[in-house]
Design a protein. Structure first.
Length: 294
């Protein structure tokens, strides 16, 4: 098994150019839970917008619209109270990437939302509560497809793939992740200081947030929700699943390193413009042309 290293992304893939408009960069849909549980989805939505998705909509129960409207501006809102509402919304093919899980909830209504989202065949980030629902339901797990990215931490991975849990050491964890991705027919991003991204095609890559790239400040509530949003935003922009996952992991860690000690999850999206500017400046320096467009 060849274990590729995830390094800085290609700035050209993250740039925007004169003559483009918002729909050239996709429309991400973030599903949100009931009133009082919207913070995680709002973090994901803001991250998707910051990483360059042309539009981002947060879909939440009608009762949660006032709460979310008070906290969001550029992110749009739609009322979705069940699977039928979501199915109707997804008739708009411009909604090309979904994020399921952050603060979503674990009831039958939420399970139906996940089933509808998976059946739509869009690029999908499956995170947090959506991972728990899939771990509980073989029927939901059967709906996974190659456009999906599962983003478990170690405990979630153990619930999803109990026979693969407990691997010790990078090589063993990477092999377990590779097997899991093949079984799920989806990309699996196993979070940790050494984050592993495995595709259903057998590809495996690792990002090491260790040594000079250590970012221990990411051990804070909401950081994973931001990562899910970054992936969703990149999927909306047309990145392939494994590319979106690897790019998001690198940007996530770099934003944490820019912020440093005292980081809270809200800081990550705010640090992203500086990270992107640095990438573009480096590309200008390397090319000597000075024409890379942000």
């Amino acid at each position: 098994m060849t274990l590729h290293q995830i390094g800085p992304p290609d700035p050209a893939r993250l740039s925007k150019h004169e003559g483009q408009h918002k729909y050239d960069h996709g429309h991400a849909l973030i599903l949100c839970g009931p009133p009082g549980h919207g913070g995680a989805a709002r973090l994901a939505a803001r991250a998707a917008l910051r990483v360059g998705a042309g539009l981002v909509t947060l879909a939440c129960p009608a009762a949660a619209i006032p709460e979310n409207a008070a906290r969001l501006d550029a992110v749009m809102l739609r009322a979705v109270d069940g699977g039928a509402d979501l199915a109707q919304m997804l008739t708009d093919r411009r909604l090309n990437a979904l994020c399921l899980g952050p603060g979503l909830g674990l009831g039958p209504v939420q399970a139906h939302l996940v089933a509808v989202a998976l059946a739509a065949g869009r690029a999908v980030v499956v995170d947090a509560d959506a991972l728990t629902l899939i771990a509980r339901s073989p029927d939901l797990a059967a709906g996974l497809h190659p456009g999906c990215i599962l983003t478990p931490h170690t405990a979630e991975f153990a619930r999803l793939f109990p026979d693969l849990a407990g691997a010790v050491g990078l090589a063993a964890r990477a092999d377990a992740c590779r097997i899991a991705a093949g079984r799920a027919r989806a990309t699996v991003l196993l979070k940790g200081a050494e984050t592993i991204v495995a595709g259903p095609d057998g590809s495996v890559a690792v990002h090491r947030a260790t040594g000079a790239r250590a970012a221990p400040w990411l051990a804070t509530a909401g950081a994973g929700d931001v990562l899910a949003g970054l992936i969703a935003g990149l999927l909306a922009r047309g990145f392939a699943p494994a590319e979106a996952a690897g790019t998001a992991v690198w940007l996530h860690v770099e934003a944490a390193r820019v912020t440093g000690p005292g980081l809270i999850a809200e800081d990550l999206s705010e640090a992203l413009p500086a990270v992107l500017r640095a990438l573009l400046r480096q590309a200008e320096t390397d090319s000597g042309s000075g024409v890379v467009t942000g």
